[in-house]
Design a protein around this ligand. Structure first.
Ligand SMILES: *Cc1c(COP(=O)(O)O)cnc(C)c1O
Length: 458
């Protein structure tokens, strides 16, 4: 039969709404979403017939399976916790930093009760949303003052749009980077009303290049930490400490988009990333993310000179970038863990970054034993390397330990089954092996891993 003729035999919406499983589907989704899904399946089937991918109208079992698949896709697409077994500690697609229990607790508590978000209890009157958090950041970093916005991209935009309207912003050609999600530094400078003044070359920029670019319309100097890529070889970019003198001499603000937001020195672990404190010594403002190496919730933190922070607070834009109480609570609780000492133990990101190979190996053996005792899978333990992620430490390959899953399933089928498991798991796939990286799977997640594997049939 001609495809056109075939199309007449497609079931109607109403037929599919009377399939055996329709009542269960409708209970789970509501009728609007179910009808949308059925329409989608009908349209896709119609296309397949027109293109000749289906020779005739399939039976109702086909439609049931297609609708089930769409519902499963919907289920896994909804925002939910997943198990990050990729080994990438700060995986931007997987929500970056996991919060410490103390931060999770604080986040819940401020949503359960009313809060003093903008109420100053000692003064018994309206208070400043940023006062308490600014104090904590200042105490921790040594900055004169600080401010918090939604993310670091917002922090950069607020700083540029406040300080450099119609002014030239001097930036090294080696630092004109794209951060991800098409956040491009040169375009952000222009979009916020500044005038881009590029100096130097891709691989080399000297202090004298900055000096020669200064004129009566210069607004300041922008440094961008090229945290997501590394120039190696014949390179030179002045650091904040080399430019501080020049900025001071011409009374220009030196603002530093640091990105990663490391608050403890990790050089002893071979992780040579500048800390916020180091950068603050030479910069007037430092901007960094809350959910990268700091290990807190999504946030953009601006720390530095009080005069400049006060200027930022007067910008109308701040109202649009303002943070909500849950984020402030989680950030405050995270920073408190730094103040109390021992952040490497307490902050999950730092714990994952600094975990020893011996600990990871023990973890891997433990998981392998559980998998083999409780599921139909066999498991291997092997060593490997992993990346930090989140645009941090691009040149660092961390040693890690991996648990390999073995079953008579293709790599693709096993990966998909894990992705669609009750607690979706995103594995690492390497050389046709499905691997669970012990740097990012928490021991507390082992039970869920086992649960998932028990449900995969082969
Ligand atoms: C990550 C990063 C940003 C963007 O920060 P978000 O918190 O993701 O908005 C900006 N600049 C640098 C240098 C970064 O590394």
């Amino acid at each position: 039969m001609e495809p056109k003729q075939q199309l007449k035999n497609l079931p109607a919406m109403n037929d599919l709404l009377h399939l055996d499983k329709a009542a269960v589907w409708e209970q789970a989704l509501g009728s609007t979403a179910l009808k949308r899904i059925i329409n989608h399946v009908l349209a896709a089937t119609r296309q397949k017939i027109i293109r000749g991918q289906l020779q005739q109208v399939p039976d109702l079992a086909y439609f049931t399976a297609q609708i089930d698949q769409q519902i499963a896709d919907n289920r896994v697409r909804a925002l939910q916790p997943v198990i990050n077994a990729t080994g990438v500690i700060l995986h931007t697609n997987l929500g970056r930093a996991k919060l410490a229990p103390e931060a999770q607790q604080a986040l819940l508590a401020v949503n359960q009760h009313a809060t003093n978000l903008e109420y100053d209890i000692p003064q018994e009157q309206r208070g400043d949303r940023y006062r308490a958090i600014s104090q904590v950041i200042s105490d921790l970093t040594g900055a004169e003052d600080a401010l918090v916005v939604n993310n670091n991209a917002a922090a950069v935009m607020l700083v540029l749009s406040t300080l450099f309207q119609n002014k030239e912003v001097i930036i090294s050609r080696g630092q004109m980077v794209e951060i991800g999600g098409s956040f491009r530094i040169p375009e952000i400078i222009t979009a916020t009303g500044g005038i881009l003044k590029e100096v130097g070359t891709t691989n080399k920029t000297h202090v004298k290049d900055y000096q020669q670019a200064i004129n009566e319309n210069t607004g300041g100097i922008l440094l961008v930490h090229t945290s997501n890529y590394k120039l190696i070889g014949f390179t030179e970019t002045p650091a904040a400490k080399n430019l501080a003198q020049l900025a001071k001499q011409y009374q220009l603000p030196l603002v530093n988009d640091l990105g990663s937001g490391l608050l403890v020195d990790l050089s002893a672990y071979g992780l040579a990333e500048p800390t916020v404190m180091q950068e603050l010594k030479a910069s007037d403002l430092v901007m960094f993310s809350g959910d990268k190496l700091l290990g807190g919730p999504q946030a953009g933190i601006i720390a530095g000179k009080r005069k400049l922070i006060q200027q930022l607070k007067r910008n109308q834009l701040l109202r649009a970038l303002r943070v909500d109480k849950a984020m402030l609570a989680a950030l405050t609780a995270t920073l408190k863990l730094y103040q109390q000492g021992n952040p490497l133990e307490k902050i999950p990101v730092l714990r994952a970054l600094t975990a020893s190979q011996a600990d990871l190996s023990q973890k891997a053996q433990q998981l392998k034993a559980q998998i083999e005792a409780k599921t139909a899978f066999a498991a291997t333990v092997q060593s490997g390397t992993t990346a930090v992620g989140g645009g941090s430490l691009p040149d660092v390959a961390l040693p890690t330990m991996l648990v390999g899953l073995q079953a008579p399933l293709s790599t693709a089928a096993l990966t998909r089954a894990l992705n669609y498991a009750p607690f979706p798991l995103i594995p690492r796939v390497n050389h046709d092996q499905v691997l669970l990286d012990m740097r990012t799977v928490a021991t507390a997640e082992f039970d869920s891993v086992i649960d998932n594997l028990q449900q995969i049939k082969f």
